[in-house]
Write a protein that binds this ligand. Structure first.
Ligand code: C2O
Ligand code: CU
Ligand code: CU
Length: 472
């Protein structure tokens, strides 16, 4: 069914969505020859961020800095990273934890650190108003107050977000609760974070960022895929059941993910948390900023590729030998995620378009000194988001809102897929599509520290496709 749905929708560039028999494990999409041989390696697992316990708080420290990394043999590439050379450690906390995070900026430029998917107040959200100047430290403190989910962190400075993320600044932010124990939950063993990113390298192995008008208008896409910062790595499964927490951490590329052999798996969660019940499928669509959690059952002596059906590329190899037995996946995983609609629900309209090289929402370009919407705390609303196709540039926009989880109610265009029916904070709006989402905000954001909504194509965001709102 999903196969048909995928083919029906034109947003992803029709012909690219061929789902034929692509069984050659050797046919990696990653074009290695020009730049030398990429380093063949096991899947790197981002280390868990360490913390100090101070009274009732867990205190983490992150430091953004420049680095170098070898993606190809005998080549070193200039990068940015967090506490390391490329990407950052995984922050793993429990619902209810009180935390403090020191974010030190050791880059030579301003940055900020946003907790994408977290329900925290505007002042702790890490958007463009919480700028961190070079060699300064920003130390938000907050309490984790939401269901188990896979969130992430990344910079959110006004016009260098795309560049800084591209260079390597981002990491996972995992929240657990009792329900996550219904799933494989041994970090790095059977609970595996996977961040998928695409990059372009020049002949000397340096990262290339925005070289053309096309890169700027469509968003920066690369021809080389990285999983946890490695090109086509191999994951060696040790247990039958493996949970992958997949993040599309790319600037602009959308993936249709599955396995090269078409095998089925269970989707167990989306952006904002775990599902009530597993959803069986063989393909999922993931746009920038979105997360999905899947559980896969492997057999011994397998070789399978995690595959992108849009670019027709193998992203990662999974190799199994002998596998430790795993229990069955329970039929119920977590409480359902619900937002009860209040009566006289307010409807807000968001019209996304591109014009004369600017990204617009309701015909306005982002302005840090303008508050676009004022939302009432604790009252549900409908946000109707439309990607305007009358404009010259027809393209999909992954629309993201800070400070909340929402439910997608309907979408004119494509159906709402089973893997989009849980708690979300980012929704893909195809060209000409309209989606209604029901949202409720439980945390405040004032005029000095408003929340953002924006297209998560980071280049679109930087062209101005972003707005600000208060919650109070
Ligand atoms: Cu992932 Cu406003 O960001
Ligand atoms: Cu966000
Ligand atoms: Cu966009």
């Amino acid at each position: 069914m999903i196969r048909r749905e995928f083919i029906k929708q034109g947003v992803l560039g029709g012909g690219a969505l061929m789902l034929g028999s692509y069984t050659q494990l050797s046919a990696y999409g990653n074009k290695q020859p020009q730049r030398g041989i990429f380093i063949d390696q096991d899947l790197p697992i981002p280390p868990l961020a360490e913390y100090k316990r101070v009274a009732s708080k867990k205190e983490f420290s992150l430091e953004t800095k420049e680095g170098t990394k070898s993606f190809f043999e005998n080549t070193s590439t200039k990068t940015f990273g967090v506490n390391g050379d490329f990407l950052g450690p995984t922050i793993k906390v429990n619902n209810g934890d009180e935390i403090k995070i020191d974010v030190k900026n050791s880059l030579n430029e301003d940055t900020s650190m946003h907790w994408h998917g977290l329900h925290v107040e505007g002042k702790d959200d890490g958007g463009p108003h919480q700028l961190i100047n070079p060699y300064r430290t920003w130390s938000p403190e907050f309490k984790i107050d939401q269901r188990a989910c896979t969130a992430w962190y990344h910079p959110h400075q006004m016009d260098r977000t795309g560049y800084q993320v591209y260079m390597g600044v981002s990491g996972f932010f995992l929240i657990d609760d009792e329900s996550s124990k219904n799933l494989p939950h041994e970090y790095g063993i059977d609970d595996i974070p996977l961040v998928i990113q695409d990059r372009r390298f020049d002949n000397s192995g340096e990262l290339e960022y925005i070289l053309s008008m096309h890169d700027k208008m469509m968003g920066m896409r690369g021809d080389t895929f990285l999983i946890n910062g490695a090109i086509a790595p191999t994951f060696k499964a040790k247990k039958e059941l493996v949970r992958f927490r997949i993040l599309n951490g790319s600037n602009a590329r959308i993936y249709a993910l599955g396995f090269h052999n078409g095998m089925e798996f269970d989707v167990v969660g989306s952006d904002g948390g775990l599902f009530q019940k597993p959803q069986r499928t063989s393909k999922i669509l993931l746009s920038p900023g979105e997360r999905i959690e899947i559980v896969v059952r492997f057999e011994k002596n397998q070789e399978i590729a995690l595959f992108d059906y849009i670019s027709r590329s193998s992203l990662m190899k999974v190799a199994t030998k002998n596998l430790e037995k795993s229990p069955y996946l329970p039929e119920e995983i977590a409480e359902p995620f619900e937002i009860v609609g209040s009566k006289d629900e307010k409807i807000r309209y968001f019209d996304l378009s591109m014009r004369r090289g600017a990204g617009l929402i309701n015909n306005k370009k982002m302005d840090m000194s303008r508050i676009d919407e004022e939302v009432e705390l604790g009252k549900s609303e409908i946000w109707r988001i439309r990607s305007n196709q009358r404009m010259m540039m027809r393209m999909p926009h992954p629309f993201h809102m800070h400070g909340c989880s929402f439910l997608i109610l309907r979408r004119d265009g494509r159906p709402i897929y089973s893997f989009e029916k849980g708690a979300k904070d980012t929704v893909l709006i195809g060209s000409g599509e309209v989606a209604d989402v029901r949202v409720i905000f439980h945390k405040k954001a004032d005029r000095d520290n408003p929340y953002m909504y924006h297209c998560h194509n980071l280049e679109h965001k930087e062209l101005g496709m972003m707005g600000q709102f208060t919650v109070g």
